[in-house]
Structures are given as C-alpha cells and as structure tokens.
Design a protein around this ligand. Structure first.
Ligand code: SAM
Length: 196
C-alpha cells in the first residue's frame, strides 16, 4: 500500500522523462549502504525514485543532489509545460522531496571547480547533455566513484555518447559498461573500481 502511494507520488512529479526511471536493476547491484550524488534533479522525480528504490531494496543510502534551480525558461517544442520560473523551481523541488530525510540538496551551477569533503559511491548525471558539459562532469567524477550512471546515452544525444565512450575508454582499472534501454531512452552505467 505504502509503496503504491509513493509510486503514484513519483508519477505525478513533472519531469523531462514521463515514464518510470529504471533504477531498480542498478540498485539491486549496489551494496547495502552508500552515498549517491546526482547532478540535475529538476523537480526531483529521479531523486525520489532513487530514494524509493533504495528503501524497497532495504538499503540505506544517502542522496545528495545538485541543481542550479534557475528555472526552465525555454523548454524545447512539446515540453513547454515543463517551463518554470527560478522562484518556483527550488520551492517545487523541496515540496517533492519533503519527508525524505536521506535526500539533501545544493543550489549550485555545478562545474569542475566543485569541492566536497564527502565521499560518494555513485554519480547520477542528468545535467546538460552536450559533449562539453557531460565530459567535464565525467572526467571529474570518474576516479571518485565506483559507478557512473549517465542519462541520455542514446542516438538523440550524440555528445553524451561521445563523452561517455571517451571516458570509459580512458579508464585503466577494471571496468564494465551496462546499457539500459527503456522506450527511446538509453542510460549508460559504468562500473569501475580502482584497486589501490
Ligand atoms: C533534464 S533536467 C533533469 C530531469 C530530472 N532528472 C528528472 O527526473 O526530471 C536537467 C536539470 O539539470 C539542471 N542543470 C543543468 N546543468 C546544470 C549544472 N551545471 N549544475 C546544476 N544543475 C544543472 C537543470 O537546472 C535541470 O533542472
């Protein structure tokens, strides 16, 4: 019952991805505890989906999410309903993640100058999907986490595919890539663990 209520709450969070996020199969492969960092939650649909999947799997994970929360002034054709002002953006996000004590957030336009003392196991990247921004984020996080999850690894986002492929090929320690395909969306999952 509780699970269905949360499922419905998540479905009602406006998102650039109108379907369910396919995180279950990733969560199943993760340890019982950990820290996930997300770049680009928009209104929190992906964030709450991660939290919900961890709960359903009986795993204790913290999720820290970063968004510029500057609003969406001009969405592409067909997505105009997702346009929001800067004032609305953070407020709506906070409302959608309320009650999840394992979700924290930063209002920040992320760049590779980012500094943190926290340790993260997983990155979920759903910020800008052009080559430069995606590559900047992946180059920064590749040797800091054991798992990189990158949204939009598909033919509609050639820049993302190029950045992911280049970063994957640059990894010199043991690695594996999984490609999740749902509807017309692709998600790349890079598993890698540096052996000290
Ligand atoms: C495609 S939306 C994310 C969709 C979201 N994952 C969901 O489940 O609905 C992209 C988000 O990334 C944010 N963003 C883009 N570039 C960013 C950056 N450099 N730093 C922080 N947030 C960024 C935007 O503000 C926007 O909210």
């Amino acid at each position: 019952m509780y699970i269905r209520v949360v499922d419905n709450l998540i479905k009602n969070i406006p998102s650039f991805w109108p379907h369910d996020w396919p995180f279950k199969q990733i969560v199943e492969q993760l340890p019982d505890r950990g820290n996930l960092i997300e770049i680009g939650p928009y209104l929190g649909k992906s964030t709450v989906t991660w939290a919900h999947e961890f709960t359903k799997a009986g795993k204790e994970w913290n999720i820290h999410t970063i968004d510029a929360f500057e609003g969406i002034k001009k969405a592409w054709p067909g997505m105009e309903h997702l346009e929001i002002t800067e004032e609305e953006h953070l407020e709506k996000f906070k409302n959608n993640v309320s009650g999840w004590h394992n979700i924290s957030y930063e209002k920040l336009r992320w760049t590779s100058d980012y500094k943190t003392n926290e340790w993260y196991d997983v990155l979920f990247y759903d910020g800008l999907h052009d080559y430069e921004h995606c590559k900047e984020a992946l180059d920064y996080w590749v040797d800091k986490v054991n798992c990189l999850v990158i949204d939009d690894y598909d033919m509609a986002h050639e820049g993302t595919m190029k950045a992911v492929d280049e970063v994957y090929n640059s990894i010199t320690w043991p690695k594996e890539m999984e490609h999740i395909v749902v509807e017309d969306k692709g998600i790349a999952v890079i598993w890698s663990e540096q052996i000290p």
